[in-house]
Design a protein around this ligand. Structure first.
Ligand code: DC
Length: 214
């Protein structure tokens, strides 16, 4: 098999990256976090993105230890991309068609040969509509805000406000909105621990894989 692609889509804090990271650590997948590319553009260019400025940007995406590392002007900025300040701007610039085309192309060129788990908002619907397995993770808003605030160290109420707005923006935009992709398996992670969700997702992947190789 040259390529095996699992996509995980869902709103902020639904557990996408956490589960994708575990699949990378334990099961030999390379994890590509498409949100990191939107965040990198937001971090480098702010809200005033345009095609010329994107072209002029020295943005390098490397796979290191099975996950994406973002370099801008030769500097590793991956650690600076987490947090709702950058997420908020990322969600705004993600409404623009030329931004989405750019990110899709960069993500597709990374996922050539091998086993990949790719997370974001439109990975199963737009970037890889022919993915081998599509997962859609969701959870209730308060629980998602709690998780994000634990992860980033930001204030819970502040995070709650920002991700509520971000969700609405991501779900209601005209181009490639956040949807459950056709053929996706939905997993509600509300009230579930990380290991439980991991096992559920792993089970879905195993079933599809076994069915195909029968
Ligand atoms: O997954 P994340 O929180 O790092 O994503 C940040 C923002 O990037 C998200 O609010 C919307 C945008 N995004 C997107 O539009 N499509 C994707 N496939 C991934 C992220």
């Amino acid at each position: 098999m040259d390529r095996f692609i699992v996509t995980i889509d869902g709103p902020a804090g639904s557990g996408k990256s956490t589960i994708a990271k575990l699949l990378a650590e334990r099961d030999g997948f390379v994890h590509i976090n498409s949100g990191a590319v939107y965040r990198a553009l937001a971090f480098a260019l702010g809200e005033s993105v345009d095609e010329e400025r994107i072209k002029g940007l020295d943005l390098e995406l490397r796979i290191e230890n099975s996950s994406i590392v973002v370099y801008i002007d030769g500097r590793d900025v991956t650690g600076k991309l987490i947090g709702e300040n950058v997420g908020k701007v990322a969600s705004k610039v993600a409404k623009l068609g030329f931004v989405r085309d750019y990110v899709n192309e960069r993500v597709r060129e990374l996922a050539k040969n091998g086993k990949f788990v790719i997370d974001g908002r439109d990975c199963g619907s737009v970037i890889f509509p022919y993915a081998d397995v599509k997962i859609f993770l969701d959870a209730d808003l308060k629980e998602r805000a709690r998780r994000r605030s634990l992860e980033t160290g930001e204030d819970f109420n502040e995070v709650l406000k920002v991700i509520e707005k971000r969700d609405k923006q991501d779900r209601e935009r005209d181009i490639a909105p956040l949807v459950k992709p056709q053929g996706a398996y939905e997993v509600d992670t509300t009230g579930k621990g990380i290991e439980e969700v991991y096992e559920e997702v792993k089970d879905i992947i195993r079933r599809v894989y076994d069915n195909r190789n029968r």
